[in-house]
Design a binder for this molecule. Structure first.
Ligand SMILES: *Cc1c(COP(=O)(O)O)cnc(C)c1O
Length: 385
């Protein structure tokens, strides 16, 4: 076996399937809603900075000041020396805001999901997860000892059958609040009812709901008056930074402190980042202006697209994520390339990130977009299909 031969063959196959992926370095200093790469400026409809908070002056000032005060790195994992009073205050802020006894910080949403599933579930337990749950959950489920079954996307009749199959087991039901590649929502009220009926616990990953939905942006579950047993929130999307938290009971937090490997064996994020996150969350509570602007942009986009006769291309979504279906990889790539020629940045999302045959343009709208930007996008889509 020759390593290089094998890798090259795999790369050639990706190319043949129009599945080859590349990173494109964008200029870091371009202001939203624009993005710049290769010397060309585009209107950006691909990011997750839904409220534009990555450029919020108060958050930036909080981070700068905290950096001067606390230095750069945390210097250790949370169980040794990495956990500071600043992290602790952020955890309390999160728990109070979202209505939980405890919050545990993680360096990323990927780590948080893996830590919870691997730290909580044991052999003979059952994880029932929506088929479209994030890669971090699917991977943890496959690595873990618990039995793992998936139900078709948002099909709670299938979930109920699976619940009936395992009356004796400890069951965790997992779903996203807003699905990252489809933009549609779980029915968290229904999930909560089912979980209570069958004595299971409910975990919601609300990476794309937190900051956006519900009063004060408390997220998908709060928006429908439900408190999942475990709530994962991430800070890389609407919050505009990086990192994540698991909201749970004190017992779960204590248990995960013993078992969550991503907490025990990984460096805590910097205390200055915790201070910046505290400022961002404070801003988010009072960001009804930004949330209203985002909702306006979503409505304007949907209305204009319908008027342009393109409504059939849109997947049903009320959120900032508005997938425009291409179908084959080639089709999605060619529409994306045509948009780019017209100054619009909307990359094609292809399998395995989405199911085979459902390559798409994952259009994301933000509060930083103006009416003219939305209109330009719709015109571009009209020209590209
Ligand atoms: C982005 C995302 C994650 C991962 O969060 P990171 O902080 O980026 O690691 C987890 N779950 C969902 C649904 C996501 O969209």
């Amino acid at each position: 076996m020759n390593w290089n031969t094998r890798l090259q063959a795999a790369l050639d196959k990706k190319t043949a399937q129009s599945a080859y992926r590349r990173r494109t370095a964008r200029r870091a200093d371009t202001l939203p809603p624009y993005i710049e790469s290769g010397g060309v400026r585009y209107l950006n409809f691909a990011g997750n900075d839904y409220l534009g908070l990555s450029r919020d002056p108060d958050v930036i000032a909080a981070w700068q000041q905290a950096l001067a005060q606390y230095g750069t790195g945390s210097g250790g994992s949370p169980l040794v020396t990495g956990y500071t009073d600043v992290h602790q205050a952020l955890e309390h802020q999160l728990a109070d805001w979202l209505g939980y006894e405890s919050a545990l910080l993680f360096p990323s949403g990927y780590a948080a999901n893996q830590a919870v599933l691997l730290g909580l579930l044991q052999k003979d337990d059952i994880l029932l997860a929506d088929k479209l749950c994030h890669a971090s959950m699917q991977e943890a489920a496959m690595l873990g000892a618990a039995r793992y079954r998936r139900f078709p996307h948002n099909r709670y009749d299938f979930l109920e059958k699976q619940l009936n199959d395992h009356p004796e087991s400890a069951i965790l039901i997992a779903s996203e609040g807003v699905f990252s590649m489809d933009g549609d929502k779980a029915d968290i009220g229904r999930l909560k009812t089912l979980s209570e009926q069958y004595g299971a616990w409910l975990l919601i990953d609300d990476a794309h709901g937190i900051g956006i939905l519900g009063e004060e942006g408390r997220g998908s579950a709060a928006a429908v008056g439900v408190r999942p047993d475990i709530l994962v929130v991430t800070f890389g999307k609407a919050v505009g930074l990086m990192g994540a938290a698991v909201l749970c009971s004190q017992t779960v937090a204590e248990y995960l402190t013993q078992t969550a490997r991503h907490l025990i064996y990984s460096t805590a994020f910097p205390p200055a980042q915790a201070a910046a996150l505290a400022a961002a969350l404070k801003r988010i509570r009072h960001a009804d202006d930004l949330r209203a602007k985002l909702r306006h942009n979503i409505r304007r986009f949907q209305t204009a697209l319908t008027q342009a006769g393109l409504a059939d291309y849109l997947m049903p979504s009320e959120t900032a994520i508005q997938p425009f279906v291409g179908g084959s990889n080639e089709r999605a790539l060619s529409v994306s390339a045509e948009l780019r020629r017209n100054g619009l940045y909307v990359p094609a999302i292809r399998p395995p990130t989405v199911p085979a045959g459902s390559a798409r343009l994952r259009i994301t709208l933000t509060a930083a977009h103006e009416d003219t930007h939305i209109d330009t996008l719709v015109k571009g889509l009209q020209d590209a299909v």
